[in-house]
Design a protein around this ligand. Sequence first.
Ligand SMILES: [Zn+2]
Length: 335
Amino acid sequence: MTDTPRVLFVGGLGRSGSTLLELLLAQSADVCALGEVVHLWERALGADERCGCGERFTGCLFWQRVGEHAFGGWSAVDRIEMLALKRRVDRTRHIPRLAKSSLPPEQLADVRAYASHYTRIYRAALAVSGARIVVDSSKHASLAFALRWADGLVLRVLHLVRDSRAVAYSWGKQVRRPEVVDGEDFMPTFSPLAVSKLWTAQNAAFHLLAARAQVRRLRYEDFTADPTGTVRRLREFAGLPDDPAALRILTDPADARSASRDAVVSSPAWPARVHSIAGNPLRFNDGPLTVHRDEAWRTRLPRRSRAVVSLATLPFRLRYGYLGQRGSDSVQGSS
Ligand SMILES: [Zn+2]
């Protein structure tokens, strides 16, 4: 069953709720969430950063087993060569090439070699975990385009979008990276104009991909309005059976605030930590898993920044229904 692995690839620009969504999906035994595998080569193999379970990469038994199963051990992977291959294949500027229906032999060999590393990791993760699908929340459209060239992979792509003004607000904040053990490091920050360009480029790329792969679009605002329905529909999209137990983890925010920690720890609904590579610091959260729409940008994004983002992202904002002051209040169904 794991010879042809199934992957749900979560794509879009960061700060769109992918870590929270991945954590929710991963609470079912048939889902193995891996975090952002695109960062494995540098942050895990290179810097030995912490896995979502809290252990360093080299101390995480899950990832060591995955390495054994996929490559006969991580020491067999030439990290420098893999990073060189990544630069040749997995860049946003290569997307027009990767979107073509055929490639010259040399480029095809590079793409297949690059994608095969991911396929081997997915297959190994399924074998080690016993799950039926893996979730890779790498998000970069260029990796999704590379994976469509993989041999023996069932690829489903979730295109996650969020109001560009909320995304711009989030990328302007300084956030410490808890996975860094030696010293202190922060997530990068971007200006409102830079975020606008990235947001537009990523979203345009996933619309292009939709003509070549199975892509489902989901708005963050619709996900947070109906997490239960979202998980149910995504499981169906990924080829998983309906499972009411998959949703037992969801906690009403009011319940979470009033519950004492001890009471919640003993509850079967306490969320399982996920062996994830990179992602939002939320993955180290020891509290109950709650879903609420973060709307801080409405009051805290400076007026000038808001104007810049609103104008620079207008075409896709209109397309997704992110309009005026009410922004994303006009909820649409995911498509
Ligand atoms: Zn781990």
